[in-house]
Design a binder for this molecule. Structure first.
Ligand code: GLC
Ligand code: GLC
Length: 811
């Protein structure tokens, strides 16, 4: 069952009912100022950091789940309604929500009045614009009152929800000409405030939530709205909010727009005040002037659209399968951008207070984003690398506002260092910019202790070399990619964090996944050394890689598949000898991606085992059989009920590892079947089961051991976005950026006869038409570029601004 449809020509998902199975959200903003917006206009805003600079409030564990947001109450006679249906939930005569690229619109109607609400963050602007357009479609003149409502968060989202004894006394606002300024803590150490404005004189306002709502009411029954009278309150502690009242009269057929701005301003210390207790409103006024008229709003929307036109033109496929096209051309790259911006911080599943940016997460997110805005990828790489220690280890997470590593979680996740090599290599291949390797980059965020980025990458590599266990495999530390396989934790007390309890320094527990990553990613460093003329280092690193490959074949293969790990007692994990957790997905994916066992059939066997044991109709589960009881030697993965999350859920992130692995052994049909199983557009028809947004990937789909098999959780912020983009754009459709050019190497279903990829690469445009007359899955018979045959399958780098027609015949 569906709850909407794709409108590909406008790049929108059109939601046809407010009652989706879970809030279906979108993101506004892609630079510094962000908003989350649901299909009932719920959500919140923040500046740069969802925890430390939260602008509007969001209530966690709320009932109903999505309460609070950008609310506009329309009082038309005795009827009160909202364009987004919530919070009053008056039945609407029509409702439509369109989530697009960086904007959302609602078009709803009630009793002959149509409301259109447009929400977006203009490029380069530190604020969210909401334009509410009312149109009288009745035959009578109408006079309605519009009440807006936003609720302020007292900046630190974590403190905001816990420290009431203080917060109830600190909240402060100013109101001038109907603009509400939120200035809590501005009089002491903060140099920033927020404001909420509307572009016409107000007929009333409120800033004290308790008075606006009435002490015992919710958002669905505000006193002020239902009595029709603003109270003109000035908040004094308690819960500050911002509401305007505007009375609008519309002749039949007449249309009028109100433009609301939620903005953020920072001031230099010396310019903070106009007078005692009066904040300097100049920057806010300048921002308000920027969007005083509909023409200004339209122009900013146009610029936003053009920006996405450009971003989405960088990789484009024309293919018969429209679902693949809409994923590749629209929604997957869009999600990659959002995930790159947010890492795992703020969604309807991530509170924004728990985590900043993850080291491994951001490094992997880069893989799907780097072609969009390489300069931002570069900045991110250097920020991440600055949280690395001299020994190659690194902070697992850091806060975007301070760019400092998080001490709460610390380091010791031994896969982290290798992802930095993967991310950097992807950046250089995309851009050809080797100079990044020479950037002086701090260790442990200490500007006085730096090394070149290349030295950081060496440290990453050596961290594996220097930390091997009894079998010569890499020590796992606190965990590898699977955050919930905590082999050195041994926790038996409720509440202890699996990620930080126990030691990071266990010298026995080993990871076959990290070993596979080392063999897959290590060669990138060898290549970089070679290109830098550091041949001794290259040779030494290659030796380590070759040795690890042997070690995996000797101690990391279990007859039919790759082992997953050895625990702290030296016992096998992911082996046929185990009762539960006999086979895991991660090591099958990475070891085959590394090419291990490809010649002798062990890779093939491993992938067939994945197919036979781990795959189901909704994707590939993480492991089998699921753990039925808690095992303290394995940690958090055994804490989840069977079928969920890291205990045999379909953890979508590493499904594409198997897709890519399938292309390594040449099975394009298999790779694409796996792609279709988890790609949201293919799951749209089962939205009632899937429940999350059908336009973006979710982190997890409940696996075959779960009673709710097929149900998704944790949509939006997941490495799934980047990896699926890599799988489809590079491994399957076959456009692989390389150091010296674009390698064309498709691995597709035999039934595909042709498709065209238009890809920008280093400023030149490659229009690559692929035909498959013999119906093969892999292999190239010939390539011509601009009519001339080339040998091999690497299309060279061309001057910026040129366009090249590439004809590829498979066979
Ligand atoms: C979460 C984490 C990620 C981890 C994954 C598997 O998505 O953000 O870092 O790799 O879970 O445990
Ligand atoms: C939980 C999640 C896992 C995540 C970890 C770190 O354990 O299951 O996916 O990576 O938290 O936040």
């Amino acid at each position: 069952m569906k709850f909407g449809h794709f409108d590909d020509s406008r790049r929108e998902y059109v939601i046809e009912t407010p009652k989706t199975p879970f809030p279906w959200i979108n993101y506004l903003g892609s630079e510094d100022f962000f908003g989350l917006i649901s299909n009932t206009a719920g959500g919140y805003n923040f500046y740069k950091d969802a925890r430390m600079r939260r602008i509007t409030r969001f209530r966690y564990n709320n009932i109903p789940v999505d309460d609070g947001g950008r609310y506009y109450y329309i009082k038309d006679g005795e009827t009160v309604w909202n364009p987004g249906y919530k919070p009053v939930k008056t039945d609407l005569d029509s409702y439509e929500c369109r989530h697009g690229m960086g904007y959302t619109t609602f078009t709803s109607s009630k009793n002959g009045l149509t409301a259109q609400l447009l929400a977006f963050v203009p490029l380069g602007y530190k604020g969210e614009i909401n334009r509410l357009t009312l149109e009288n479609n009745s035959t009578e003149e109408k006079t309605v009152s519009v009440f807006s409502l936003r609720e302020w968060c007292l900046w630190d989202a974590s403190d905001d929800m816990l420290n009431f004894q203080r917060n109830f006394s600190t909240g402060q606002v100013e109101v001038e000409n109907g603009v509400v300024y939120h200035k809590t803590e501005y009089r002491e150490r903060r140099n920033h405030y927020a404001f909420y404005s509307v572009n016409r004189p107000v007929d009333g306002f409120d800033t004290q939530l308790e008075d606006f709502l009435g002490m015992y009411n919710g958002f669905d029954r505000p006193d002020v709205v239902f009595t029709g009278e603003s109270k003109n309150t000035i908040a004094d502690g308690w819960q500050p909010c911002a509401s305007h009242k505007n009375v609008i009269t519309l002749k039949p057929g007449e249309k009028q727009s109100l433009i609301y701005i939620l903005g953020y301003c920072e001031l230099p210390e010396a310019e903070k005040w106009e007078a005692l207790h009066v904040i300097n409103k100049k920057p806010a006024k300048a921002m308000i002037e920027q969007f005083a008229t509909c023409e200004q709003v339209d122009a900013a929307m146009d610029a936003l659209r053009k920006n996405w036109d450009r971003l989405l033109s960088l990789y484009n496929v024309e293919i018969k399968d429209e679902k693949t096209a809409r994923m590749v051309n629209i929604w997957n790259p869009y999600q990659c951008m959002v995930t790159f911006n947010m890492s795992r911080s703020a969604s309807y599943f991530e509170s924004g207070v728990g985590r900043g940016l993850g080291f491994r997460d951001s490094s992997q997110d880069l893989l799907g984003f780097v072609h969009q805005i390489p300069e931002r990828a570069k900045e991110r790489i250097l920020d991440i690398a600055a949280t690395q220690f001299r020994d190659g280890g690194c902070y697992h997470q850091y806060q975007p506002l301070t760019k400092k590593g998080n001490n709460d979680i610390g380091g010791g996740f031994n896969d982290d260092p290798l992802w930095l090599i993967a991310g950097t290599a992807a950046y250089i291949k995309e851009t050809g910019d080797f100079s990044i390797l020479d950037e002086a980059t701090p260790y442990d965020c200490n500007p006085n202790d730096t090394g070149s980025l290349l030295e950081h990458l060496s440290a990453s590599f050596n961290h594996v070399v220097d930390n091997k266990g009894p079998h010569g495999l890499p020590l796992i530390g606190r965990a590898d990619w699977n955050d919930c396989m905590n082999l050195n934790c041994h926790s038996t007390t409720p509440g202890e964090s699996f990620q930080t309890f126990g030691t990071a320094d266990g010298r026995v527990a080993e990871s076959v996944l990290i070993a596979g990553m080392f063999v897959a990613i290590g060669p990138e460093l060898v290549e970089l050394y070679t290109r830098k003329g550091m041949n001794d280092k290259a040779a030494a690193a290659q030796k380590e890689i070759d040795a690890m490959r042997e070690t995996i074949l000797t101690h990391g293969y279990d007859g039919e598949w790759f082992l997953r790990a050895y625990d702290a007692f030296g016992a096998k994990i992911g082996s046929k000898e185990c009762d539960e957790g006999k086979i895991f997905i991660e090591s099958q994916g990475y070891c085959v991606m590394a090419g291990i066992g490809v010649e002798d059939g062990r890779a093939l066997k491993a992938l067939n085992s994945v197919r036979d044991i781990l795959e189901c109709e909704h994707g590939i589960v993480l492991q089998q059989p699921a753990y039925q009881t808690y095992h303290s030697n394995l940690g958090e993965c055994t804490s989840y009920p069977p079928g969920y999350k890291e205990n045999a859920g379909i953890f979508c992130h590493n499904n594409p590892w198997i897709m890519i692995a399938e292309t390594v052994i040449g099975r394009g049909g298999r790779a694409f079947d796996l792609y279709k199983k988890i790609a949201p557009a293919y799951r749209e028809e089962i939205s009632d089961l899937h429940r999350n947004e059908p336009y973006v990937y979710s982190q997890m789909i409940a696996g075959k051991d779960a009673s709710r098999m097929g149900e998704a959780k944790n949509s939006w912020l997941t490495g799934t976005a980047a990896w699926n983009f890599v799988a489809i754009s590079q491994a399957i459709l076959g456009m692989k950026p390389g150091y010296d050019g674009l390698t064309v190497d498709p691995c597709i279903p035999a039934s595909w006869d042709e498709y065209t990829v238009t890809r920008m690469f280093r400023g030149a445009k490659y229009v690559i038409h692929i035909t498959n007359p013999k119906g093969v899955e892999k292999g190239i018979a010939s390539i011509t570029v601009d009519g001339t045959a080339i040998s091999g399958n690497v299309i060279p780098v061309y001057p910026e601004g040129t366009t090249h027609a590439v004809e590829v015949v498979m066979g």
